[in-house]
Design a protein around this ligand. Structure first.
Ligand SMILES: NC(=O)c1ccc[n+]([C@@H]2O[C@H](COP(=O)([O-])OP(=O)(O)OC[C@H]3O[C@@H](n4cnc5c(N)ncnc54)[C@H](O)[C@@H]3O)[C@@H](O)[C@H]2O)c1
Length: 266
């Protein structure tokens, strides 16, 4: 491995690591040498990720967490610090989305999505940031979306939350640069996970809306809009994650890194 990408002796906390992109990010960081604390609501998923990280030969521990509860976030961050001695890298990968026309959008869903994607992310940045300030450095990687930049119909809460992730990332990058903390975001297009593959998961994604679109319709609305004309594969998120966590990115902060098959180039 090129020395700049080596994460040996680093500890990462990956929130949202029970499945999807967060699981791949946790595994990727472990493969680059980091020990990994993994947190999520989904405890069985956490156990599966933990086994996969153990197979890579790194230290791992699981932390059940609802990121929307500030007291839980603080307790988990304290517990991770106690268990591993420090947190060098934070990856914020918990997330949720549901489609629905803005004029009829369910208030409970609206609040829940903002709570997870945005408020929860802030609680995690705040609590880990406080420790990183004390230690004099660290890396924070927030999961945004192509919809941190572009708009999307029928996803008001998701688009609002992801737009705000970009602003949170830039704001913290400026505020915490003097402490040696780099804060960046990754903006994926549609990836083949429970969240991203809306074609496969369309009944759930459109639950409660007036009409569930056909698979063909949805495929045209998603991969048809990506220049590479396909979904991302979850392991394709690893390169950007390890880069931003590593010394290779020592001059990179406040950056929104699109991993989007060319979507935002259009
Ligand atoms: N998959 C995509 O196409 C795509 C595209 C752009 C951005 N993203 C972003 O990447 C991140 C990961 O997405 P994914 O595709 O892996 O989604 P996913 O649904 O597969 O995984 C999300 C994880 O977040 C966890 N989670 C949800 N609510 C939580 C809570 N309250 N507390 C703790 N954990 C909670 C879930 O249990 C799950 O393990 C999200 O922020 C998402 O918005 C994904």
């Amino acid at each position: 491995m090129i020395a700049e990408f080596d994460l040996s002796r680093r500890t990462a906390l990956v929130i949202g690591a029970a499945g999807g992109l967060g699981r791949e990010q946790a595994l990727g960081l472990a493969r680059a040498g980091a020990d990994v604390a993994i947190a999520d609501l989904n405890q069985s998923g956490l156990q599966a990720t933990s086994l996969a990280i153990k197979a890579v030969g790194r230290e791992v521990d699981v932390f059940p967490l609802d990121i929307t509860v500030p007291g839980e976030v603080r307790a988990v961050v304290d517990a991770v610090e106690k268990r591993f001695g420090k947190i060098d890298i934070l990856v914020n990968s918990a997330g949720m989305t549901r489609r629905g026309a803005s004029e009829d959008y369910d208030q409970g869903l609206f609040e829940r999505i903002l709570d997870i994607n945005l408020n929860g992310m802030f609680y995690a940045c705040q609590n880990v940031g406080r420790l990183m300030i004390k230690r004099g450095g660290g890396r924070i990687i927030n999961m945004g979306s192509i919809f941190s930049s572009a708009g999307i119909a029928e996803s008001p809460a998701y688009a609002m939350s992801k737009g705000a992730v970009a602003q949170l990332t830039k704001t913290l990058a400026i505020e915490w640069a003097p402490y040696g903390i780099a804060v960046n975001a990754i903006l994926p297009s549609w990836f083949d996970t429970a969240m991203g593959n809306v074609v496969a998961d369309r009944e759930k994604f459109y639950a409660g809306t007036a009409e569930v679109p056909s698979s063909a319709d949805l495929a045209a609305r998603t991969t048809g809009r990506v220049p590479l004309r396909r979904l991302g594969k979850p392991p394709e998120i690893v390169g950007a994650t390890v880069f931003l966590a590593s010394n290779a990115a020592s001059m990179v902060t406040g950056h929104l890194l699109a991993v989007d098959g060319g979507f935002l180039a259009q």
